[in-house]
Design a protein around this ligand. Structure first.
Ligand code: FES
Length: 364
């Protein structure tokens, strides 16, 4: 047994007061979970301490929460590990052990203490992506028969337990609460990749055309870090983008062209020459002639206040790099090395998920 202090962010709506912090002393074996610690505090100190849980085995997805700022499952995080993490984050080398900080999930309204409203931000978005099969034709008399190999691609997204940890950690959703989000888009890929679904292209058009859809993800990787089941929602979003690109779907937000511009510039120059980004995004291959759509012009004008705020706050420091020819070239043979990496990646598309690790064309 060891003593720990958990510091819980509490909110009791019936009190009429705002949220506040409360500390509880718990004694647990380090191998037990943070959820066990919360339940012990609830049992010994305050029965009104509210948390949602059921299986206590990382299966039901009920106990999503933030532990030391990281989204995850309370029942899957050992209290000893959480203490080590808290000590690492503590500043100034305090002599006393740091407190394990526990908060409700982010990007969702808090109902009470650690219980969040999953309906408004999670389930509504899951329903948004039509989370069921849309096959055409007569249903077979018995079950649909598919080759096991054709399902491998979606096994990773099928591992989702709907805990909402990825939604809680999503930085894009923090900036745009209407973003469909990592959990719902991973669910969308589960059906886009399913060989029985007959409305794949319609689904891709829908998700690419939505200004809060697949091109709203900014590759921050937070959802990959947060997911307790290895679903890697961001990877599923990239698969949706790849499929949309293969179908020739050009979204009204210009996301596909913008992404292609990044790849093209890096392939050519070995580094991201930002002076070419607008040109290549809106008029690929047409030098000196920008061809933005009406929607893109609106989007660009709308982002001017954000850009000004970025310059003022010092977050945007690459203005000189927007001048053609100013972007520094890579030293020595670095550019050839980047090109070699690019060529290798193109020739050996690599897939990583729970069940696949390797390269296309491998025998095993
Ligand atoms: Fe079921 Fe944690 S209690 S996942």
């Amino acid at each position: 047994m060891a003593d720990y202090t958990i510091k819980v962010r509490r909110f009791q709506p019936e009190s009429g007061e705002g949220a506040y912090w409360e500390e509880f002393k718990v004694d647990l074996d380090p191998s037990l979970s943070v959820l066990d610690g919360i339940l012990q505090a609830k049992d010994r100190d305050d029965g009104s301490l509210s948390v949602r849980c059921s299986c206590r085995a990382a299966i039901c997805g009920s106990c999503g929460m933030k532990i030391n700022g990281q989204s995850g499952l309370g029942c899957k995080t050992q209290v000893g590990e959480a203490q080590e993490m808290a000590n690492k984050f503590a500043q100034g080398g305090a002599e006393e052990a740091a407190h394990i900080v526990i908060e409700p999930m982010g990007n969702m309204p808090v109902i009470k203490d650690l219980i969040t409203d999953m309906e408004s931000t999670h389930w509504t978005k899951i329903r948004r992506v039509t989370p069921w099969l849309l096959p055409h034709g007569e249903a077979p008399e018995r079950e649909y028969v598919v080759e096991p190999e054709s399902m491998i691609d979606i096994t990773q997204s099928m591992a989702c337990i709907q805990c909402g940890a990825c939604v809680s950690s999503c930085l894009s959703m923090e900036a745009d609460p209407d973003f469909i989000g990592p959990a719902a888009l991973a669910k969308a890929y589960r059906f886009v990749g399913d060989p029985r679904d007959a409305e794949t292209v319609e689904r891709l058009h829908d998700l690419a055309g939505d200004p809060h859809g697949i091109y709203d993800c900014t590759h921050c990787f937070s959802c990959i870090d947060a997911c307790p089941k290895g679903v890697a929602p961001m990877d599923q979003i990239m698969r949706l983008r790849r499929r949309a690109g293969e179908e020739g779907i050009h979204d009204p937000n210009n996301g596909h062209n913008h992404e292609a511009a990044f790849v093209k510039i890096i392939e050519k120059k070995g580094t991201l020459d930002e002076s070419l980004l607008l040109q290549e995004s809106f008029a690929p291959g047409v030098k000196g002639k920008l061809k933005p759509t009406r929607g893109a012009i609106k989007g660009l004008l709308g982002s001017i206040p954000t850009a000004i705020r970025g310059i003022r706050s010092g977050k945007m420091r690459s203005i000189p790099k927007l001048i053609p020819g100013v972007h520094p070239k890579l030293p020595g043979g670095a550019q050839d090395e980047v090109k070699a990496i690019y060529a290798h990646a193109e020739a050996h598309r690599e897939e990583f998920n729970l069940y696949i690790k390797g390269e296309e064309g491998d025998d095993e």
